[in-house]
Design a protein around this ligand. Structure first.
Ligand code: CUK
Ligand code: CUA
Length: 639
């Protein structure tokens, strides 16, 4: 504690908080903890020992805390980025504490921050207010996370969004032409290159009403978006649906599972055949076709499209996989793509180095399969520990199965049933969807933690009514046996997550005003001849449109009141001059449905109509100061 802080604390509490007096109190509290916590607390804490370190450190530390223990004031070793499913957002977790630290609104309307109501977020969202985020991935360089961007899909409205990690704000949203149910996405891993996105639904293309009732003619698109510009680069049209997506580590291939090769439109039709397939896209061949103009365009979109429907070609091959496969994951060595059977109790291991031969026609696509171990009923997704093991989530059995990749290959190659690749199974609660392990999707997978995102919590938490939370479980995978460590309720419905060491990202704490949003505000300021950091004035922009520039410094707004006319459209542009970390203010206008956040050194705006004459208080909704309640002013609406 600095002298400064000490002085402040003494002032506010009137107590002696010197080190000497606090030491005795700390002793008292640790004594209490031992009494209360039994075995867990009955340890002497070695100063400086890292209880959340890697498995070895944890085992060596003579501390009997549970492995996930992150004490008050301690930081997690890992970040987790969770998708938020129907909530349309991203959530940031700490691992191993499994504390939800923050939410990042993406496709949703978020009342706390004003996302979806502020002028810029509305523009990005194009008037939409819902989303369905399933897959979050960070941008890569050289096979591991480079700390720059987070990409996330919207299955609901066929979009890809990008979060700028520096500011933790969405900076781009791209609409994907002719796509429905944009589901699996995956960035390339050799560099920040393309982000590949699968249409899960087949539709008429173009979907303009001319063709409706001939599902056999429907098609789906594998779309490549440039991870830097977020422009759609090209699309490949295939004949059947695509579910999950993966990329290799070299930039040569991308993968998509197809669970409905029958092109059914009812549930029985969709699961009719015993074999479906994984599409493998040859990115170099596709790029050659695009460069050569060997493409078509669809409807009103000018994106070049490679038509690869029907037969295997230089662009795409179909590796047969039983039955209605769901997840597809590439292991950290980059050697294998593992497709999970969903309706088959197997996972199918595809050797990536054999694909070139299959594309050349020297071998059949199915010859690229090198293993197909039985892992349980309803396999969905596979994570890796970097030590040669796969961890597959098994939905129907509610378990995670740990298996040995090389042993599975040996078993398949020798047709030898005495070889058992299954190492361990652990019960999860219940009906697990995705699993993901620390750095599992990178070449640096470290085999420490596995997160199991369970779809049903049943009786694991207090009863809260009709809708129960999901259950996100933490499993220690540092030893040979998996160990379930933690249950955590989450708001519906995370589908996937990525977990990585905290050193890999470094968000800023005061707005650097670098993202596109500020260009919009600077244009306005220039147009109106004002300086955003000084302006506190009302500018009438037209017959019934006024722009109100305002600043804030705790605990006051730059304007104690402003006047508009009934019927005016009012745009409040608020710049927060405070530059103290986390000293947020905001703007809430009484009875006008206006409420937004403005972070330190940030500018935000919202537009609304002032319908009725009268006096309306506006106030700061973020607790910012002892005089926070006094941080308000009057909007006076003249008749
Ligand atoms: S999906 Cu939900 S559990 Cu959208 Cu990745 Cu498999
Ligand atoms: Cu500013 Cu409360």
């Amino acid at each position: 504690m600095s002298d400064d802080q000490k002085e402040r604390e003494e002032k506010t509490t009137g107590e002696d908080n010197s080190e000497a007096s606090r030491a005795s109190r700390r002793e008292f509290f640790s004594h209490m903890a031992v009494m209360g916590a039994g075995a867990v607390g009955a340890a002497t804490v070695l100063p400086g020992c890292d209880r959340n370190g890697n498995g070895e450190e944890r085992r060596q530390a003579q501390v009997d805390y549970p492995a996930d223990h992150v004490g008050p004031g301690e930081l997690d070793r890992y970040y987790g980025f969770w998708s938020g499913g129907q909530s349309g957002e991203i959530r940031i977790f700490g691992v191993p504490s499994m504390r939800e630290i923050m939410r990042v609104p993406v496709f949703n309307r978020d009342a706390a921050t004003g996302w979806g109501a502020t002028d810029y977020s509305k523009k990005l969202l194009g008037g939409r207010t819902t989303g369905d985020t399933h897959h979050v991935h960070l941008s890569y360089t050289d096979g591991t996370y480079d700390g720059r961007y987070v990409y996330v899909n919207d299955k609901g409205c066929a979009r890809l969004a990008r979060v700028d990690i520096e500011t933790m704000e969405v900076d781009r949203i791209t609409d994907i032409p002719h796509s429905q149910g944009t589901h699996g996405i995956f960035p390339q891993r050799h560099k920040t290159g393309l982000v590949l996105c699968n249409s899960e639904y087949c539709t008429p293309i173009p979907n303009d009403g001319r063709e409706l009732d001939e599902p056999e003619k429907y098609a789906a698109l594998h779309t490549a978006i440039d991870g830097e510009t977020m422009e759609v680069e090209w699309q490949v049209m295939v004949e059947a649906n695509m579910d999950l997506c993966a990329t290799d580590y070299e930039g040569k291939y991308s993968f998509a599972t197809c669970y409905n090769s029958d092109k059914g439109v009812t549930v029985p039709e969709m699961q009719a055949s015993d074999m479906d397939h994984a599409y493998v896209f040859n990115l170099e061949a596709i790029q050659r076709a695009v460069d050569a103009g060997d493409t078509i365009t669809l409807g009103d979109s000018d994106v070049p499209v490679v038509d690869a429907r029907g037969e295997d070609s230089e662009y795409v091959i179909r590796v047969p996989v039983p039955k209605s496969p769901h997840g597809i994951n590439v292991d950290p060595t980059g050697k294998y793509a593992v497709a999970a059977g969903k309706l088959s109790p197997t996972v199918t291991v595809i050797a990536i180095d054999k694909l070139a031969d299959a594309f050349a026609g020297n071998i059949e696509p199915r010859d690229c399969v090198v293993a197909e171990p039985e892992v349980g009923l309803g396999p969905l997704h596979t994570a890796f520990d970097g030590r040669g093991h796969g961890y597959t989530s098994i939905f129907i059995d509610s378990v995670v199965t740990k298996w040995d990749i090389e042993k599975a290959i040996e078993q398949y190659q020798n047709g030898d049933d005495s070889i058992d690749p299954i190492i361990d199974k652990v019960d999860v609660h219940y009906n697990v969807g995705h699993v993901n392990a620390s750095l599992s999707e990178t070449k640096d997978a470290d085999g420490q933690w596995l997160v199991a995102l369970c779809k049903f919590s049943k009786d694991r938490f207090l009863n809260v009514g009709l809708l129960h939370p999901e259950n996100d479980q933490l499993i220690d995978i540092s030893g040979s046996k998996m160990e379930l460590i933690h249950d955590g309720p989450t708001y519906p419905e995370p589908h996937d997550c990525v977990v990585f060491p905290r050193e890999l990202i470094e968000p800023v704490k005061v707005q650097p005003r670098t993202i596109d949003r500020f260009r919009m505000y600077e244009e306005w300021a220039q147009e109106d001849g004002v300086d955003l950091f000084r302006a506190n004035k009302v500018i009438r922009k037209g017959e019934d449109f006024v722009r109100v520039y305002m600043t804030s410094v705790a605990p006051s707004f730059g304007l104690t009141d402003f006047r508009v006319k009934a019927g005016d459209t009012v745009q409040i542009v608020l710049t927060n001059l405070d530059d103290v970390e986390d000293l947020a203010h905001g703007m809430c206008v009484a009875n006008h449905d206006v409420n937004f956040l403005v972070n330190p050194k940030d500018t935000q705006s919202q537009t609304f109509r002032a319908e009725k004459p009268g006096v309306y208080w506006y106030y700061c909704p973020w607790f910012c100061h002892a005089l926070h309640l006094e941080m308000r002013g009057r909007m006076i609406v003249e008749a």
